[in-house]
Design a protein around this ligand. Structure first.
Ligand SMILES: NC(=O)c1ccc[n+]([C@@H]2O[C@H](COP(=O)([O-])OP(=O)(O)OC[C@H]3O[C@@H](n4cnc5c(N)ncnc54)[C@H](O)[C@@H]3O)[C@@H](O)[C@H]2O)c1
Length: 408
């Protein structure tokens, strides 16, 4: 089958490669000419386990080509960004993609939206836009659940939900995904599929907000939240999430707003978003207390980790950005290190430079590398603030842990 994947990012590129591996003829289209040029040379534009080898393999077999012009295709699979703008999913890129394929669709063309969209977007906005050409188009939504760092494996092994505007659209989409997905594929209507994706990320956001609230309460009542959560989770029906310096990434801090944007009922969801968005300021408030406690004048803060989760190079929506902004407001100097992230809004420094110059360390991301952290002899570091509970307390300076009032 001829498949065109529109948008070759973290989701579109692995999906295209897996479809090509399953012997479909796949064409990858992206508006970013630089990305296409690099892909044409067999270079994946981001780090992801296995993607480089798979890309070169499917290109060598002739199953995957890329370009910046669109042509006719049996299937158009859309995986363009849907960023949060003023707490609503910005559909600009989806509409651009729909408008670009409109002259190319025919009766029976299957259009699959993989981009995350707010409930009812397909029925109220995408379908009417496609319908203007007067062709019998099959429209489906197949939300993505893969995690950065393990995307390829999860795309194959995870269960998938396929929502069709019609049963025929759901059936044809499910058959297509079955060519590379080993998990179960569940068929439903298109609005239910949209809701499932947003519900999944909202569930995680609300639960993280609860853990963050427990974290703040624990500091007030003088306990260690990490110990309390571990013990509470011994209950067979309790699974409390982990607190942290805020929620990042492309999905969890973004998707819950799609519910807030469309429904007045989303009060708990809205509150959870505010709790999680408030964590960077809470971290900086605590950090300032430790700076005062150690009587450090004009401190240089060494920031360890800016990616939104461990061991990946993805810094989208990272809470590190809000923390750095708050440090700037406090007029604090800082040096920033991350072993994975290559480009960030703030200059990145080598770890040895950070450890040699910083008066205090603030660990934001729990990269494995930091668990083995060693301070150099005669280090200026007076204390470490660990927001992820990963550092041992064996340094010759105090380690304060977010949510642990026992070692403050
Ligand atoms: N990254 C994830 O972990 C993840 C997980 C689940 C769902 N999603 C959703 O999948 C969608 C894509 O996310 P992503 O992380 O792959 O985004 P991304 O930013 O990595 O990639 C998107 C690509 O689309 C291209 N693009 C933008 N407009 C285009 C257009 N009109 N025509 C062709 N190409 C265009 C961009 O140049 C870019 O290469 C989003 O809706 C996101 O919410 C992402």
């Amino acid at each position: 089958m001829n498949i065109t994947v529109i948008g070759l990012g973290y989701i579109g590129l692995p999906t295209a490669c897996l479809l090509a591996q399953a012997e479909h003829t796949v064409y990858g289209y992206d508006v970013n000419a630089k990305k296409i040029a690099s892909l044409q040379q067999g270079k994946a534009p981001f780090e992801e386990r296995g993607i480089q080898t798979l890309l070169q393999d499917v290109q060598k077999r002739g199953n995957f080509t890329v370009g910046t012009t669109l042509k006719k295709s049996d299937v158009f699979l859309i995986a363009v960004p849907t960023p949060d703008v003023n707490h609503k999913a910005d559909l600009k890129f989806v509409f651009q993609a729909i408008d670009a394929i409109t002259p190319l669709v025919e009766d029976g063309t299957l259009v699959i939206i993989e981009s995350t969209i707010a409930p009812r977007t397909s029925v109220d906005e995408i379908f009417p836009r496609l319908a203007t050409v007067g062709k019998k188009i099959l429209l489906a939504h197949c939300p993505e659940r893969a995690i950065p760092g393990n995307t390829l494996e999860e795309m194959v092994k995870n269960d998938r939900i396929v929502g069709g505007a019609t049963q025929e659209a759901a059936k044809r989409t499910a058959k297509l995904y079955a060519s590379f997905v080993q998990g179960n594929i569940y068929q439903t209507d298109i609005t239910t599929a949209e809701c499932c994706k947003v519900m999944e990320n909202t569930f995680r956001d609300v639960n993280i907000a609860l853990a963050n609230e427990f974290c703040k309460i624990s500091e007030e009542v003088g306990i260690n939240v990490w110990e309390a959560i571990t013990l509470a989770n011994k209950h067979p029906r309790v699974h409390i999430h982990q607190p942290g310096p805020g929620v990042g990434g492309h999905c969890i801090p973004v998707d819950p707003w799609f519910f807030v944007g469309i429904s007045k009922q989303a009060e708990l969801i809205h509150t959870a978003r505010n709790v999680n968005d408030g964590m960077p300021a809470y971290v900086v408030k605590n950090l300032m207390q430790y700076v005062r406690k150690h009587k450090i004048k004009n401190p240089v803060i060494g920031i360890l980790g800016v990616s939104y989760k461990k061991n990946v190079d993805d810094a989208r929506e990272t809470p590190a950005s809000a923390i750095i902004e708050a440090l700037r407001k406090e007029k604090l100097s800082f040096l920033v290190h991350d072993p994975y992230v290559k480009a960030f809004s703030t200059l990145l420094s080598p770890l040895n430079e950070v450890l040699a110059k910083a008066d205090a360390l603030l660990l934001i991301t729990d990269h494995d590398e930091y668990a083995k952290l060693v301070l150099p002899k005669r280090s200026p570091v007076k204390f470490i603030y660990d927001t992820r509970n990963v550092l041992p307390h064996t340094f010759n300076v105090p380690v304060y842990t977010l949510g642990n009032a026992k070692n403050i």
